[in-house]
Design a protein around this ligand. Structure first.
Ligand code: AMP
Length: 103
């Protein structure tokens, strides 16, 4: 989507140091971290929120990515968060999973 910041990050239009990258998913650090580690797991394809996620393989890959990236970084204790909808605090309308850890 043209004006979506996470689309621009995911497709390389905005140079970003990715923590992890696959054909379908990217992971990068949150610009305004709320914990010592604060990463975002983002599908490359534009999906507005969890409510619009239909692809079950992508669903699985997103969670698998959370597991793989935290394991690779040696993070065993962490929170995951998906804000869905403005009323729940979603600010960027491109699906993302927050990973937060202070350990
Ligand atoms: P949410 O409130 O769940 O939509 O979270 C959006 C998150 O995206 C916030 O934690 C922001 O700090 C983060 N964010 C916004 N713009 C960028 C950016 N350009 N690079 C990295 N993180 C961003």
């Amino acid at each position: 989507m043209e004006d979506c910041i996470f689309c621009k990050i995911a497709n390389g239009q905005i140079p970003t140091d990715f923590v992890y990258k696959s054909d379908n998913v990217v992971v990068f650090n949150d610009i305004n971290p709320k914990a010592r580690v604060h990463m975002l797991v983002v599908p490359k394809v534009h999906i507005k929120s969890l409510n619009e996620l239909e692809d079950k393989e992508l669903m699985a890959e997103l969670l698998q990515t959370v597991k793989d990236v935290t394991k690779k970084l040696g993070i065993t204790d962490y929170k995951t968060l998906i804000n869905t909808g403005r009323g729940a605090g979603q600010e960027v309308f491109h699906l993302h999973i927050h990973i937060l850890s202070n350990s």
